[in-house]
Design a binder for this molecule. Structure first.
Ligand SMILES: Nc1ncnc2c1ncn2[C@@H]1O[C@H](COP(=O)(O)OP(=O)(O)OP(=O)(O)O)[C@@H](O)[C@H]1O
Ligand SMILES: Nc1nc2c(ncn2[C@@H]2O[C@H](COP(=O)(O)O)[C@@H](O)[C@H]2O)c(=O)[nH]1
Length: 226
């Protein structure tokens, strides 16, 4: 095709083929699309995420959030979260260091710009594990992630999983269950999530999650071989 065919002299705007080529180049330069995983506390986001990060080492990178909650046994500062005081968190937010932040179950949580940049600088698919307020806030940014909701099969199963996890006292458990009921309703709204994965059987849920992400996984693998 001749060069002038890409530009319509009469209409004075680029040919659609040029725009498609241009957006492909721009998105390749921007790197892989991030992934937002949301859903009620206890639905199984971390469990699914850990499997994904293990199976696809060097493909995905976790956006390490900040939180004011205390570490749980086994959690590592800088790996699971950056554990900070409310004062430090508020100051960092004031300094414009966060993409989004939220108050959840009596604690602050937030995604720093650095957390996402660290992952994207390595050309990895950046995964954000955030609550529903975070989802709403991210929608107002230019991050353009794939939005996935992880849902429990029922409130009863969710409560049992949270109790069995033994990370919450009765008060925080009730707060989380209350937030879960709101989350489960909102996740049914059309257009909020690209995919909803019901985490009933873990293997089945994981296969569905993998299926949704396969296109992006292959893009990263292909870019490595190019
Ligand atoms: N499909 C499943 N079947 C049975 N138990 C599960 C399943 N998926 C996760 N669990 C268990 O449920 C509990 C909650 O899972 P997990 O901690 O991954 O949830 P989460 O969504 O990451 O919660 P939070 O948002 O509070 O971090 C864990 O003890 C986990 O082992
Ligand atoms: N808006 C944000 N929500 C976040 C972030 N990091 C985690 N979370 C969400 O908080 C709850 C509780 O997490 P837990 O580790 O205390 O169980 C859960 O729904 C997470 O998805 C964040 O940076 N921003």
């Amino acid at each position: 095709m001749r060069a002038e065919a890409f530009w319509s002299a009469e209409r004075r705007f680029p040919h659609p083929m040029f725009m498609r080529f241009f957006s492909t180049v721009v998105s390749a330069m921007a790197g892989p699309r991030p992934v937002v995983m949301s859903g009620p506390s206890g639905a199984g986001k971390s469990t699914l995420l850990k499997r994904l990060l293990k199976e696809f080492e060097g493909v995905f990178g976790f956006s390490v959030s900040h939180t004011t909650r205390s570490p749980r046994p086994g959690e590592v500062n800088g790996k699971d979260y950056h554990y900070v005081t409310r004062e430090v968190m508020l100051e960092s937010i004031d300094n414009g260091e966060f993409i989004e932040n939220a108050e959840f179950s009596g604690n602050m949580y937030g995604t720093s710009k650095a957390a996402v940049q660290d992952v994207q600088a390595k050309n990895l698919i950046c995964i954000l594990d955030i609550d529903m307020q975070g989802v709403k806030n991210i929608k107002g940014t230019d991050l353009n992630p794939i939005y996935i909701s992880i849902q429990p099969p029922s409130m009863e199963v969710l409560e049992q999983r949270l109790r069995d996890r033994k990370t919450e006292n009765e008060e925080s458990l009730q707060k989380r269950l209350h937030a879960a009921a709101v989350d489960m309703e909102l996740s049914k709204e059309a257009g909020v999530f690209d995919t909803v994965v019901v985490n009933d059987d873990l293997d089945r849920a994981y296969e569905k999650l993998k299926g949704v992400l396969l296109e992006e996984i292959n893009k990263v693998k292909e870019s490595r071989n190019a």
